[in-house]
Design a protein around this ligand. Structure first.
Ligand code: TEU
Ligand code: CA
Length: 545
């Protein structure tokens, strides 16, 4: 079809390497394990992988603390394994987009070791150092995302360094042009190796001014992104997607507008944070509210209607399993997993599938802090306990929104540990792996995988799915998400009942269509008009003139 970037017709698949497939029995997923599972991705039809970090790392934050940007962590494999993954994936038409964490590195990175050993070393100024505050304590009251202060003292220097995240993740000082040049050089080193692009971790933070208390979307952010584009992306057929928790529909085009020469897409999180308590955040989840959910997604469809491009997702390695958070992980698990996929995959933008989402994997249940592996939960439990909070209250939040829910091992079969490892897994496998696993789901022609494969195929093959204009409908309807896509006189009408009750849905005029059933999770329909009796979690799409 018309010359559009490859990633506007492709679906991404996020792999969290530690939990995807172990190949050597040490209980930790690895790159040879990923290579062994590429046929699963090829069968799904995804066009690229977003690979969470596999670089050398002490694993304080599961690889989001990089100690050598040009080395693969031995637990995951070698650079040869990485080259093999790029080649094997490429042979299946799948690009490898790597996670790049450059807002901070690890405190075990050579740069930081030199910075501490010798204040006059050039690497010292790759980081943000400040003298103690007037009381001898941290320079400001900034807090770490993982609990505790965002400043840590290096006694031998008598100075504090800034870390938005763990003390093991010192922020890099992007004000330093030598640091920026070193990052750009490393990015080109990877791009020259044949990767398909980057997912840029918390990239909205690199323009920070900690003295002014400005952390996200600082004054230098866009100049730095334009410089990065010129230094590493210009002229390459890559995909760049920024993780930007602070972005809004009003600021999105500053990142991904066609004439901005910065990034191709950004991950926004308004449909996630809409259900976080305003004060207590994710640890005190608000009940799902469909009109709020729809209003957010529809607002983003409008905002990027003529420029920019949406990244569409409900799950990732930081988020709870979507069928538990937004669907029904009990009686209607399979059908609601398909309904959520239909709702997201037929919007305008590039959908991302998180490993396990394609078989309707669910949250797990934590009963003891010893089961936590995520530094964020560990850090926030320490603060909650210090505040005298009860464990069961904190566990409610962890079981609803804790990041470890997404990090339990991929469930491949009903073998021990779900076929993920023959060893002792680094994190507990969800007990429901005996029923919920790839082998079982694939055996069902009506399984969740089959539904995802079809949706992914529609994006690849039907221009109305990839490029049709979005039209919102029934925005206020409390149970049904309905919208249309329109292109060249054709309409694709999408209707999704996102609740466990039957619903009688009066079709708005602008949504009416008669024609071909493109997708259905109950019975195929060819008509959208009048009043429809929708079954619980029934979802379908009909295309016609
Ligand atoms: O996440 C950014 C981030 O801040 C999230 O951890 C989020 O704020 C948190 O889950 C509370 O909702 C990115 C990575 O995706 C995450 O895995 C890393 O831990 C973090 O940055 C630091 O690199
Ligand atoms: Ca392993």
């Amino acid at each position: 079809g018309q010359d559009v970037p490859w990633w506007q017709k492709a679906v991404g698949y996020q792999i969290y390497p530690r939990s995807f497939q172990d190949s050597n029995g040490d209980g930790i997923g690895d790159i040879p394990g990923i290579i062994a599972r590429l046929d699963h991705l090829a069968d799904l039809g995804v066009g690229f992988v977003w690979l969470s970090p596999v670089y050398a790392s002490p694993q304080v934050d599961m690889g989001y603390d990089i100690s050598d940007y040009r080395a693969i962590d031995p637990a995951y494999g070698t650079l040869d394994d990485m080259d093999r993954l790029i080649a094997e994936a490429g042979a299946r038409g799948i690009r490898i987009v790597m996670d790049l964490v450059v807002n901070h590195c690890s405190d075990r990175h050579d740069w930081f070791l030199k910075a501490v050993a010798d204040p006059s070393a050039p690497e010292h100024d790759y980081f943000i150092w400040r003298d103690p505050g007037p009381d001898g304590g941290p320079p400001t009251d900034a807090r770490s995302v993982f609990g505790g202060p965002a400043w840590t003292l290096v006694p031998e220097l008598g100075r504090y360094y800034f870390h938005q995240f763990a003390p093991g993740q010192p922020d890099l000082d992007w004000q330093n042009p030598d640091l920026r040049a070193a990052i750009h050089e490393m990015m080109n080193w990877w791009l020259d190796r044949g990767i398909g692009g980057f997912r840029l971790d918390v990239i909205d933070l690199i323009g920070k001014d900690p003295d002014a208390g400005v952390f996200a979307e600082g004054p230098d952010l866009h100049p730095f992104l334009r410089e990065m584009h010129d230094a590493a992306f210009r002229g390459r057929d890559t995909l760049t997607v920024g993780e930007t928790w602070s972005v809004t529909p009003e600021t999105a085009l500053l990142y991904c507008g066609r004439d901005r020469d910065e990034l191709d897409m950004v991950f926004q999180f308004e449909h996630v944070t809409a259900f976080h308590h305003p004060e207590r955040g994710k640890w005190d989840p608000l009940p799902f509210d469909l009109p709020v959910f729809k209003r957010t997604l529809f607002r983003w469809q409008e905002a990027l209607r003529d420029d920019g491009w949406n990244a569409l997702f409900l799950s990732n390695h930081d988020l709870p399993r979507q069928v538990s958070r937004y669907g029904d992980d009990g009686e209607w698990r399979v059908r609601s997993a398909k309904a959520l996929a239909t709702a997201i995959h037929l919007l305008r933008g590039t959908p991302f599938v998180y490993q396990g989402e394609e078989i309707g994997m669910t949250n797990t249940r934590f009963t003891d802090p010893d089961e936590f592996r995520d530094i964020e939960a560990i850090g926030h439990w320490a603060e909650a306990r210090a505040r005298g909070e009860e464990l069961e209250d904190f566990l409610t939040g962890v079981n609803a929104n804790g990041r470890d829910n997404a990090r339990t091992p991929m469930q491949w079969s009903d073998a021990p540990n779900g076929g993920f490892t023959t060893g002792r897994p680094w994190i507990g496998v969800n007990p429901n792996h005996a029923e919920i696993n790839v082998a079982a789901d694939r055996a069902d022609p009506d399984g969740v995988v089959a539904h995802y494969r079809r949706l992914i195929g529609l994006r690849r093959d039907r221009r109305i799915v990839s490029h049709g204009q979005f039209v919102a409908h029934a925005e206020g309807h409390p149970q049904v998400m309905a919208y249309a896509r329109e292109l060249d006189g054709e309409r694709l009408s999408v209707v999704v009942n996102l609740c466990a009750q039957p619903v009688s849905f009066r079709v708005p005029k602008g949504l009416e269509v008669e024609g071909e059933s493109l997708s259905a999770n109950v019975t195929p329909r060819t008509q959208v008009r009048g009043t429809l009796d929708l079954a619980p979690y029934e979802a379908f799409a009909v295309m016609g003139p």
